[in-house]
Ligand binder design. Sequence first.
Ligand SMILES: [Zn+2]
Length: 228
Amino acid sequence: MRTGGVSAAPYDSLNSSFAVGDEVAAVTENLARLAARAGVGPARLLFVKQVHGARVVEAVKAAPDTEADALWTDVPGTAVGVRTADCLPILIEDPRGRVAAVHAGWRGVISEIVARTVEQLVERGGRPAELKVAIGPCIQRCCFEVDGELPGRFEAAFGAGVIHHPAGKAKVHLDLPRAVQQTLTRLGVPEGHVVALPHCTMCDGRFFSHRREHGITGRHLSFITCAP
Ligand SMILES: [Zn+2]
């Protein structure tokens, strides 16, 4: 949720992003609070510059301005995080000693950034059947209206189950968490290892929503810590 920080409106209050027009001092304090919650020092809470791509990087070899949308670490006592406001924050725990954080909007979902991230974990000894995944608050199918060619592309990639036709509405809605779930199932991650929170950032005012606030809002930070 967006509470618990020091940023003023329209970034109130736990905004994690320096790139949305908020005060630097406020964001720095918010990140310090989030790092404390993660159980790490502020310098051990790592993130990257998200660009709606499909690049995955090793966090300790990246910088905050490295362009990527997923990062992983195997350094104990280090946390990786992604910033979102409607996009999907996806956190992955590999019990063989790695954690990953993924930012995915519709571009990231259809370019399979989650699969790219799981592949990097598997290349280093991870097993899909052991991975545990959490999908955080994001724009859900109740609110994610799309048009043009997108519905067709998603149906081709993930099947008709990710397309919804709400009664009385001309536009169709997409179910992005369901598409990610399908990717994970295909890769061999057990369904019981995936928790998808039901909260919709657009219709639940406790969350930052890029769509609802027309781009002028804060960003949540979703993070996962590599156990010390
Ligand atoms: Zn909604």
